[in-house]
Design a protein around this ligand. Structure first.
Ligand code: BJW
Ligand code: ZN
Length: 241
């Protein structure tokens, strides 16, 4: 029973966007099967070959800009609309939670539709999708230095403000839903443990196609495609409240 007074926190990963047509990172069809993350998703890779890294991001920007939220993103929006206090801590860079209508979303790994200046750190949006790919390395309108995708790569620290906000939320949450993540990437993989340490009555449900390292911690793992299991779960929560 998740009463209307309960605070719900969601940790989402790439599995929630799979049904929208965005590939996950790991697993047999995952991006890391085809691409080497050391060549594409580290600050060292960008220093070594910014063209290659931007080329990969242009491909993903093109792909992601064509996608729409799926039934799983919409289910979380429905829960918010129905009056629940729900905050989403997402590892995804695709903005599909906001595009579905969820209003409280913290981006742990940044946002693909934003760029950041490598020198003055100015953040800007892509003016329009027509510009993905032109020029190959975009430059800052303020200081003319190279721009990079405003995402968090391996070996980079997450924005401390977002991490602190996430910790505060995890401390006060009553229900934690872990949705479509392998639970392998830190610090997000640690969040469920932190939340449980703070509140031993915390209920944690995991939604995934398969068990993960987090499955031994959670109260229930609901196996299946999250675009089916999450809407079913949300309907039940709303009906029973
Ligand atoms: C479905 C489904 C369907 C599919 N329905 N389910 C402590 C211990 C060990 C290592 C470290 C540590 N602390 C830090 C590290 C190093 C590193 C790390 O975690 N390495 C591990 C891999 C071992 N972490 C970092 O470097 C982080 N920085 C940091 O901690 O700073 C401090 C520090 C720095 C240096 C040293 C030490 C400390 C930064 C991590 C940044 C991750 N960046 C990426 C790219 C983002 C940008 C972009 O998108 O372009 O983030 S990598 C990639 O992995 C991406 C994702 O957000 C992230 C998580 O992946 P996710 O979402 O879980 O996807 P998958 O593919 O792994 O899983 C999909 C799941 O969905 C699967 O389980 C499927 O079964 C399921 N699924 N379809 C339901 N329909
Ligand atoms: Zn600049």
């Amino acid at each position: 029973m998740i009463s209307r007074e309960s605070k719900i926190t969601v940790i989402s990963g790439s599995g929630i966007s799979k049904a929208s047509g965005i590939p996950t990172f790991r697993g047999k069809d995952g991006l890391w099967k085809q691409y080497d993350f050391m060549e594409l998703a580290t600050p060292q890779a960008f220093q070594r070959d910014p063209h290659l890294v931007w080329e990969w991001y242009y491909w993903r920007l093109g792909l992601i800009s064509q996608t729409k939220p799926n039934k799983a993103h919409l289910a979380l929006k429905t829960l918010e609309q129905a009056g629940w206090d729900i905050v989403i801590l997402t590892q995804n860079v695709d903005n599909l939670h906001e595009r579905a209508g969820s209003s409280k979303v913290l981006h742990l790994h940044g946002e693909i539709f934003k760029r950041r200046c490598t020198q003055c750190l100015d953040i800007s949006f892509w003016p329009s999708s027509e510009e993905f790919g032109i020029p190959n390395i975009p430059t800052c309108s303020k200081c003319n230095s190279n721009l990079r995708p405003a995402v968090v790569w391996f070996n980079e620290t997450l924005d401390p403000k977002i991490v602190n906000e996430s910790y505060s939320r995890l401390k006060e949450t009553d229900f934690l839903l872990i949705v479509g993540t392998s639970g392998l990437v830190y610090p997000a993989a640690n969040f469920p443990y932190i939340a449980k340490q703070e509140n031993r009555y915390l209920e944690i449900y995991e939604f995934n196609l398969e068990s993960t390292p987090l499955s031994s911690l959670v109260n229930r793992t609901i196996l299946g495609p999250v675009e089916n299991t999450l809407p079913e779960f949300v309907s039940k929560v709303i009906k029973e409240s």
